[in-house]
Ligand binder design. Sequence first.
Ligand code: NAP
Length: 277
Amino acid sequence: MSSAKTILITGVSSGFGRALAQEALAAGHRVIGTLRSREAQQAFEALDAQRAVGRLLDVTDVRRIEEVVKEIESSVGQIDVLVNNAGYGHEGILEESPLEEMRRQFEVNVFGAVAMIKAVLPGMRQRRRGHIINITSMGGFITLPGISYYCGSKFALEGISETLGKELAPFNIPVTAVAPGSFRTDWAGRSMVRSARRIPDYDSLFEPIRQARKEKSGRQLGDPVKAARAMLALIESENPPAHLLLGSDALNLVRQKLAALGKEIEQWEKLTRSTDG
Ligand code: NAP
């Protein structure tokens, strides 16, 4: 391997974060991973006595984020790559889901990621070097009933990520939004927050979706280890993209969405143009 990097990954206890950490360690990189319990930290550090460094962090604790990043920079070294991976899925029909659950979804998936970015940026900008990777989702492009808060959070992170890439281009800091399709992680299992049902009007639309997601959990198309390898290729590339889809399901569904959107824009073009002047 040409140059070993120091990669800070949020949420390395399972799923993509864990797989990326393991692949990155195997490739010779140093990984600082964030976790939410001592046991998880110990299990992570046991992966490699020298190069797996665990730090306790909940990404909603924004004040601690700054402290942790400063401490990492002084005791471990400069951060070359930030991977904003920590996140979870909220599932529930909008009318049935408390606003508090939306706030929590955005606190973790959006505010947490932005707070991490703000903490690493001074160092990266000063060095004119770095790479920020935000794990979004195909749900940052496509939608389906029952995940409005989740899609909202991932659309938000897509938009923030793309904008940030333009702001950081002069400093040689690429920003990539990685949008996976469905992968075999804990996302739809232990990590998912499901709102309780209470409005029977939505039963016929939503119950089959909820049931199908439960049944599919653990048997999704995507292999997180292969996703990790793709992300490593991204980290090692000279000219990383602003957006990267992972998985053929994401590819097909996002293509369909963009085509349908293009068609709708065309159908309504006359009305759209009518407001000029
Ligand atoms: P996962 O196995 O459930 O892993 C999620 C990780 O995020 C865990 O390490 C979890 O830590 C951590 N985390 C959750 N909330 C956190 C918080 N408040 N502070 C710090 N860490 C927190 O699921 P995953 O699929 O790998 O999820 C990783 C990312 O991929 C998420 O952003 C998810 O939305 C996205 N994604 C997943 C899929 C998929 O199909 N799997 C598809 C598209 C996007 P704990 O162990 O402490 O809970």
